[in-house]
Write a protein that binds this ligand. Structure first.
Ligand code: AGP
Length: 598
């Protein structure tokens, strides 16, 4: 899991690459490096650490040169250290490359190359690619052919940027199961794992597909197939995100900025889909066998959708962790199956594998995605975009509430097709952005509350029905950025084991809006109180206030839609606890924004 960037043009490559790397740090940040053609061969600077520190120490941005490649790494093979940092080179040092992904057959390739006299410096899977190209170059007409022949020998996922000392007017880019996009400028061209890396310079992009490579020069770009070297015509797309949208806009962290962007993001999710959702509803309504596949936060959005589909439509829906589905669903998916894949990045390896399995079995695939042009969108029959805009913080916030929003829209659209009267829900959904705005006003109070909770060792989150996913998501948010142990569970499950862990002062967050199961929640809260647990309750009723230690007043709305609004204070709680404990909520340890390896 890494971020890669490449540049060729009249600008100063060092500076452009470093700026791009900083915008890609959400993809990995344990080490970084650059390879720049300085006119005296290819100069490589790299090391373990964050981009800023390394740039300060090694002077990446001061290297002279007009073409170069760079990477910020999240280790998969070989510990994060100076030697394993990218770029990697062949024996001659004339071929340098950066990689995002995993080469599955690297050990076998490495052995063969060593037998032929190649010397390896690192423990990475990546280095074999440079040596493999070097080896192929011995018997190929030109570098491009050697590269293509080497690529044909690789198994696994790889996005690559390659610089070769022997061809000073070009760079090579490759995509196979790891994201890579070209940025087309005026007299300069770029490539990166994600658009914000070069958005400052151009918003004209070309998305590469799996099995393709590109050759870019300062005034040209060509996309070809790895398989046969044949040219592929690609359309240039214009991205409407401004760089400002991808930057912090004055907030101390991206995560907080993104939490505050939710009213607008939810509005965009509603209005951006309103016209087309009916068509999608018609296309999937007939399916009775439905799987939702996703990971992490997106999985929680899937669980919410399950409750909604069952409640509003009487449809049986199975929600599956995509990493399990990909290995267990082969015999149960067929052409009568609908698979809904929820993935904000559209690049999560397990979710993509689940989609591929579904397609191979003839199922219809609908993806719910935030990143336009991502792999999931290209593999699916139908796509709903969440329109949340770029999310840089590793913890999903606005992409989650927009996933919930579009799943609600979809369930409502199907209900409408069936003649169910959903006017109250529809009207309430339109009020949700405003209600989220209201709830954000609790920020100060939640920060205060966090001060008294920052030493807590464990947290529990409980909810029922639509808010079981809210409990799970609240707990996930807390653990991933504050590093406090947290469990989310259905309130009914409490008595079946976890209650044994409740003792004096243990924080229990109860998600308890008015609705069918409110009284049941109150009973569960009392069970916790009897064990002297510390109840933080989210709800809209006086009765709840009486049974809680801390009451977070929430606006009233139909219980079906409460998860969208109730997620927000839980995000704020996790955020403030993380900051108070001295953590960087945007870059939690051991985690990366999109998990593009298995
Ligand atoms: C949660 O905050 C995480 N970012 C993570 O659980 C994420 O939701 C998961 O990795 C799935 O990502 P996706 O939506 O991009 O597929």
């Amino acid at each position: 899991m890494c971020g890669i960037i490449a540049y060729i043009g009249d600008g100063e490559a060092g500076k452009i690459l470093v700026d791009g790397l900083k915008r890609l740090e959400y993809r990995g940040y344990d080490s970084a490096g650059v390879a720049i053609d300085t006119g005296e061969g290819i100069t490589i600077k790299k090391g373990a650490g964050r981009v800023d520190e390394l740039n300060e120490m090694l002077g990446f941005s001061k290297l002279p040169g007009k073409r170069g490649i760079a990477q910020t790494r999240w280790a998969t093979h070989g510990e994060p250290n100076d030697v394993n940092a990218h770029p990697h080179t062949d024996c001659s040092g004339r071929i340098a490359l950066v990689h995002n992904g995993i080469i599955e057959n690297y050990l076998e390739l490495k052995e063969g190359l060593m037998e032929r006299g190649h010397t390896f410096k690192s423990e990475t899977d990546t280095e074999v690619i440079a040596h493999l190209i070097e080896e192929e170059l011995k018997s190929s007409e030109n570098f491009e052919e050697a590269l293509r022949r080497a690529l044909l020998k690789l198994k696994g996922s790889f996005a690559l940027a390659i610089i070769y000392a022997g061809e000073r007017d070009r760079l090579y880019l490759v995509r196979n199961e790891s994201p890579l996009v070209l940025g087309i400028g005026e007299g300069e061209n770029f490539a990166a794992s994600d658009v914000p890396a070069f958005l400052e310079y151009t918003n004209r992009v070309v998305f590469l597909d799996d099995g393709e490579y590109a050759v870019i020069g300062k005034d040209f770009y060509e996309v070809k197939r790895i398989e046969d070297g044949e040219r592929v015509e690609k359309e240039i797309q214009e991205i409407s995100w401004t760089l400002d949208m991808a930057e912090k806009a004055g907030y101390p962290h991206f995560m907080l900025k993104e939490i505050y962007e939710q009213p607008q993001a939810i509005k965009d999710a509603i209005y951006g889909n309103m016209e087309t959702i009916g068509e999608i509803a018609r296309a999937i309504d007939e399916y009775e066998k439905i799987f939702i596949v996703a990971m992490g936060t997106s999985y929680h959005a899937g669980l919410y959708a399950k409750y909604l589909f069952q409640h509003l439509l009487g449809k049986v829906v199975l929600v599956e962790d995509a990493s399990e589905f990909r290995y267990s669903a082969e015999k149960v998916v067929d052409e009568n199956t609908l698979v809904i894949a929820i993935t904000q990045s559209g690049e999560t390896a397990d979710t993509l594998a689940a989609i591929k399995l579904a397609k191979a079995k003839g199922a219809k695939v609908l993806s719910v995605v935030n990143v336009v042009g991502s792999m999931a969108t290209r593999l699916s029959d139908l796509v709903i975009y969440t329109h949340a805009g770029p999310e840089i913080g590793v913890a999903a916030t606005k992409t989650y509430t927009t996933q919930l929003t579009v799943m609600a829209l979809l369930a409502m659209a199907i209900a409408e097709l069936r003649g169910v009267n959903i006017s109250t829900l529809k009207e309430a959904l339109l009020r949700v952005p405003g209600l989220v705005e209201e709830v954000l006003k609790h920020d100060g109070a939640i920060r205060e509350l966090s001060k008294s909770l920052k030493e807590a060792r464990d947290f529990f989150y409980i909810g029922r029905s639509f808010n079981v996913p809210t409990a799970l998501e609240g707990a996930l948010k807390l653990k991933e950025i504050s590093y406090i142990h947290a469990e989310g569970l259905s309130a009914g499950e409490l008595k079946h084991g976890p209650l044994a862990l409740i003792e004096e002062g243990v924080p229990v967050v109860a998600i308890a809006p008015s609705g069918r199961l409110f009284e049941k929640m109150v009973s569960n809260i009392k069970e916790v109180s009897a064990r002297k647990g510390f109840i933080i309750a989210l709800g809209d009723s006086e009765e709840l206030k009486k049974v809680s230690d801390v009451f977070v007043e929430m606006p009233s709305l139909p219980e079906e839609l409460t998860p969208i609004v109730y997620a927000v204070p839980l995000q704020l709680l996790a955020y403030h606890l993380a900051v108070l404990r001295g953590n960087d909520p945007d870059k939690p340890r051991n985690l990366a924004k999109s998990v593009t390896v298995e």
